[in-house]
Write a protein that binds this ligand. Sequence first.
Ligand code: MN
Length: 281
Amino acid sequence: MRTVEKIIHGQKTSDGEGVKLTRLLTHELQQRLDPFLMLDAFGSDEASDYVGGFPDHPHRGFETVTYMLTGKMRHHDSAGNSGLLEDGGVQWMTAGKGVIHSEMPEQENGRMSGFQLWVNLPAKHKMCAPWYKDIQSNDIPEFHLENNIKVRVIAGHSHHTQGAVQREETEPLYLDIHLPNTKSSSFEEIIPKNHNAFIYVYEGSVTVGDGFEQQGVQIEEMAILRNNSDQLKINTTTGAKLILIAGKPLKESIVQYGPFVMNTKEQIIQAVEDYRAGRLI
Ligand code: MN
């Protein structure tokens, strides 16, 4: 069974126009969690923590995946795409050779919470045409297991359920797992051993593994999972909600400068030049 390699608490920071968030997957973890580049968790009932949103900014070389647990966020981009992300919905954007986009709250009070994940693109696809998909909550495939376990499959496939998005090169698996608090329950998944995997618990608590090797993961903790087995078992006695993310490493060099992630420094300089010259559209 996969075991916990490390517990991560993340760094409280702000991004965009003063949006408060916790950066869980930070720069130092990019090699370890290849093909994933970043994971932010945001969640607040205070409008001042999010109303500023993320005004126009560029991206090149990777994909951004925003999963909204609660709240409303409006997306606009220079490729002409626009969409409203609402409770339980996902926005998957492939920046490719470049987009300029904004992500702005469409609410002035109430709770806003969710995640933004950055998934790398292989070198051969970094300059692909931008792509965008809004997936409303009702269109995210779900399945149920015994003990009222519910699993939402955002990407990849799990227990014969095909997720909303598939990617050939990075094979991302992105699950939102709801384990009820009525009784102890377990969720099992098979993930190729060489794929990098981690979980983040946003309600309740879990243990990972089996028997003596079980290790606890508490609310608001991320756990990096060891690449020691194809089998993963997640257990709870308190009930829990967590995301499980896994993917196939690209094993290519990663050079990041803010919103640009390429393979070489020269490509980064080119991205900055293209942005300044207005070619990133
Ligand atoms: Mn963005």
